[in-house]
Design a protein around this ligand. Structure first.
Ligand SMILES: NC(=O)c1ccc[n+]([C@@H]2O[C@H](COP(=O)([O-])OP(=O)(O)OC[C@H]3O[C@@H](n4cnc5c(N)ncnc54)[C@H](OP(=O)(O)O)[C@@H]3O)[C@@H](O)[C@H]2O)c1
Length: 281
């Protein structure tokens, strides 16, 4: 039986990696900074912090494969963390970002640190797989409070078309890369099954929840203030808007990688909304 260490186990993708690895027969260790919040998972919960390499050593002891996500806007802590993780586990599967492939030049500042983490993984891990997802369908949870309160989504770029991916599909690919042979030294561009504009996303949320959702176009300055209020660092709020502007002129491309690897079609955005409908009601 293989043992998998899941970093970011409480996160959007990580929780599905825990469940999927367990369902596939692996022993799962779920890493968190706060074990008290992490009860009830099909996993042994271990305390650890990516900025404290010593805390990773016990967590990684005897592990075959690590699912690694990178929750920072800098790669500074990556070499020390990877020295420990790759020192214990032969295989590292990294959740990176589709921005790294350069097809959305506006995303370059985000691509930069993800690319650096990728290089760190590739240099240190005996076996590695890099997952490069498109924008998460789950990013639209940022709209949930406004939809619940007023049935409104406000933003500057209603026609920005992303290939929004369901977090469960990223996790399903991760589980194959963690547990199966044949994924070493692969970089997978992962997307949802279609490119959809943000206004179309808002409409679909309304259709699925049964409460109409109206798009309200805001100025760029207002949209930036909104992102900063949601917790984005100022610099990255501007990057996010430039990405949306670019996706308005050049819709995101769709890949078939999820289906190729999992054998199941990538979940639609409509399916994602159905899976999270309560957040919008
Ligand atoms: N959103 C998008 O559109 C998009 C697109 C492409 C790529 N990505 C990438 O996806 C990643 C986010 O993944 P996600 O959405 O699954 O995560 P998430 O839901 O944002 O969860 C964050 C996770 O990070 C863990 N964490 C935070 N600080 C930590 C630390 N110091 N040490 C150890 N763990 C720590 C948290 O664990 P605890 O709190 O339990 O410790 C939590 O599980 C980011 O790298 C992002 O750049 C996102």
């Amino acid at each position: 039986m293989q043992t998998v260490l899941v970093i970011g186990a409480s996160g959007k993708v990580g929780r599905h990696v825990v469940a999927g690895s367990h369902a596939a027969g692996a022993k799962v260790r779920a890493l968190t900074r706060d074990p008290l919040r992490a009860t009830g998972r099909p996993a042994t919960v271990v305390r650890g912090d990516l900025t404290d390499p010593r805390s990773l050593a016990a967590a990684a002891e005897g592990v075959d494969a690590v699912y690694l996500m990178w929750p920072f806007f800098t790669a500074a802590a990556a070499p020390a963390a990877l020295d420990v993780l790759a020192g214990h586990a032969a295989r590292v599967v990294l959740l990176s970002s589709g921005s790294v492939d350069g097809t959305i030049p506006a995303a370059a500042p985000i691509a930069r640190f993800h690319a650096e983490v990728e290089r760190t993984v590739e240099q240190r891990a005996a076996e590695w797989t890099i997952l490069r997802p498109a924008g998460f369908a789950a990013d639209s949870l940022d709209w949930a409070a406004s939809i619940r309160a007023a049935g409104v989504v406000a933003g500057a770029f209603p026609d920005a078309a992303g290939a929004w991916i369901h977090e469960a599909d990223i996790a399903a690919v991760a589980v194959h890369a963690l547990l199966d042979a044949g994924h070493d030294r692969q970089r997978y561009a992962l997307t949802g099954p279609q490119s959809l504009t943000m206004a179309e996303q808002a409409r679909i949320i309304g259709e699925v929840t049964g409460r109409p959702v109206r798009w309200q176009t805001r100025s760029r300055a207002e949209a930036s203030a909104q992102l900063i209020a949601e917790g984005w660092p100022d610099e990255y709020a501007e990057v996010a808007l430039r990405v949306q502007e670019q996706l308005t002129h050049a819709p995101a491309e769709v890949t078939g990688t999820v289906a190729d690897i999992t054998g199941e079609p990538a979940r639609t955005y409509r399916q994602w909304v159905a899976d999270h409908a309560d957040a919008f009601r």
